[in-house]
Design a protein. Structure first.
Length: 94
């Protein structure tokens, strides 16, 4: 069985993440290729920006507040007005 990972708030470091236009984007990478070759994980903060993101692994998105809009494979998944705790997987998980 794989080792359980525990991420303490005081140890999570956010760094700027590339985006186009106004606003800000920051990311804290938690699960990288150091821990898994099939899964990535982290926490991202997006505020009034657009980010191009190519995902090469299974991904799970949980929106805690605000609005989130996603376009994948040319398909727009709509602007979602979300409540805390809403989540979306990428549909590739078995």
């Amino acid at each position: 069985m794989a080792k359980t990972l525990h991420f303490k708030r005081k140890d999570i470091k956010f760094v700027p993440f590339g985006h186009k236009g106004p606003g800000t984007a920051e990311i804290a990478r938690l699960v990288t290729t150091d821990q898994s070759t099939t899964m990535g994980g982290g926490i991202a903060k997006f505020d009034g920006c657009a980010v191009e993101w190519t995902v090469l692994y299974d991904e799970f998105i949980c929106v805690l507040e605000g609005k989130y809009k996603m376009k994948a494979g040319g398909e727009m998944f709509g602007q979602l007005h979300l409540e805390a705790g809403f989540s979306q997987g990428n549909g590739r998980l078995a």
